[in-house]
Ligand binder design. Structure first.
Ligand SMILES: Cc1cc2nc3c(=O)[nH]c(=O)nc-3n(C[C@H](O)[C@H](O)[C@H](O)COP(=O)(O)O)c2cc1C
Length: 435
């Protein structure tokens, strides 16, 4: 039996920031000093389009963290979660370099007022002719909230209650102009028909908004909604709104369970589960033979162990818990997090050192080997899980890594009929929903 095709996307871990800056193949000093220029990301987007990826998602967080050791020093020393430029500013550069690739900036529902967010994404959807999405996150640590006038973050589940309202307002605003509201009748001097443009008059518990939006409905109408919610409340939010859910899993059984839970929750909310594409993080290491690839993975794990401060600092900012307080080789006690609750839950009972090793192999599944080996593994995993694809990631990717994936691994996936060889439709949403 031939395998069902699956989707490919790319998670730009640590957002619009420096990449591979102290790693081999990271480029010249001059190129590294110009990390805030779009060049590397433009090259990535072009390569992804050559390999027919569905979308690139640009991570974001909006503070210089200080959770680890109550200081921002480790974060700045390691370029861990900082510095970062605004992901929305990168989108037009990537759009100009490509024709089909979906582009998904992260915009926090806890930071953006809904009208501003709706307007920004609608503008980007017009500018990209229907290729934009919104990664609808809710934020993770108090430092972020403190940049927006609060002492601490809103409690975890309430953040999702607020985000429900944000999503409701944003999607209503996107549809506040009927598709044929713009008449452009030059003879009778009518630009738009006022009867086809509607205030939304939204009054919720947290927000109110009159509407309509300042601009016509964009090519997708509703740009693609993307979410990653691991906790029960996060999952409910994601299943209600998202067209694509990005997930982490540590085993094939876990992937299968998560996808089934998401699909069942979507059905409970009256949605067709086939309209939610669940993509799982994977960080392949590809080389010409198995041993060379395995050695690269061993080197990466050894480096992560030596440089354990990086992992501890990242874990701290994700959860709001200072991991410098725990001995490295003792199992972690029960943890209470107002940040990424699903991550904190997974770490309980493991030692910080074990978690660091595991994070060096982020997917939990070891996608290491030749292109044939890794493609075969991806095929087997997807057959077992049932869909819908992978979200490739490597926080310190270089142009070499991009070529290994896009020009090494993907041609093998395509030859096996597992991923697409072209884009059938004009918009990101249509291409994502094709299968
Ligand atoms: C693949 C992936 C990408 C994510 N990207 C971001 C991001 O860019 N910014 C952010 O604040 N949170 C990001 N998150 C965090 C989620 O939006 C969510 O807050 C987190 O998974 C915790 O949710 P939970 O508390 O419901 O488990 C990401 C999570 C995953 C799994």
């Amino acid at each position: 039996m031939s395998s069902k095709p699956f989707h490919l996307s790319w998670f730009l871990s640590r957002g619009f920031g420096p990449k591979a800056w102290h790693h081999e193949w990271g480029g010249t000093d001059a190129a590294q000093a110009r990390w805030m220029m779009p060049d590397l990301f433009v090259d990535l987007a072009r390569s992804m389009e050559r390999a027919c990826f569905d979308y690139l998602i640009i991570e974001d967080s909006c503070n210089v963290p200080y959770t680890y050791q109550n200081s921002h020093n480790a974060y700045l020393r390691q370029a861990a979660a900082t510095p970062k430029l605004d992901p929305a500013t990168l989108v037009p550069y990537l759009a100009m370099a490509t024709k089909h690739l979906g582009l998904v900036p992260t915009l926090s529902a806890s930071e953006y007022p809904p009208y501003l967010l709706a307007r920004l994404v609608n503008s980007l959807d017009h500018l990209t002719e229907g290729r934009v999405g919104w990664n609808m996150v809710t934020g993770s640590n108090d430092g972020g909230a403190q940049n927006y006038g609060k002492d601490k973050h809103v409690p975890h589940d309430e953040r999702y209650d607020r985000a429900d309202e944000v999503a409701d307002i944003v999607t209503q605003l996107w549809e506040s102009w009927e598709p044929d509201a713009v008449v452009l009748d030059r003879d009778n001097v009518i630009f738009a028909d006022g009867n086809k443009v509607h205030p939304i008059n939204y009054k919720g518990q947290y927000f109110s908004c009159r509407g309509p939006l300042t601009a016509p409905r964009s090519p997708q109408g509703r740009p693609v909604l993307c979410q990653a919610g691991g906790s029960p409340r996060g999952l409910r939010f994601a299943s209600r709104w998202a067209d694509t859910i990005i997930a982490t899993a540590e085993s094939v059984a876990d992937m299968k369970r998560q996808r089934e839970t998401i699909r069942a929750t979507a059905v409970e909310q009256g949605r067709n589960p086939d309209n939610i594409k669940v993509l799982f993080l994977a960080d392949p290491i590809i080389d010409r033979d198995m041993e060379t690839a395995r050695q690269r993975r061993r080197d990466e794990i050894a480096f992560a162990e030596q440089n354990i401060e990086f992992a501890l600092a990242m874990m701290s900012t994700l959860t709001g818990i200072d991991f410098s307080q725990f001995p490295l080789d003792e199992p972690l006690p029960p943890l209470t997090s107002n940040g990424h609750q699903s991550a904190a839950k997974k770490w309980v009972g493991r030692t910080p050192r074990e978690i660091t090793k595991q994070r060096a192999n982020r997917s939990g599944l070891d996608y290491t080997g030749t292109p044939e080996h890794v493609a075969g593994m991806m095929e087997e995993v997807m057959q077992e899980v049932g869909g819908d694809g992978f979200l490739l990631t490597f926080g310190d990717f270089s142009r070499r890594y991009v070529a290994e994936i896009c020009d090494g691994l993907v041609p093998v996936l395509q030859k096996r009929g597992l991923t697409k060889r072209g884009y059938s439709y004009k918009t990101f949403r249509e291409n994502l929903m094709e299968f």
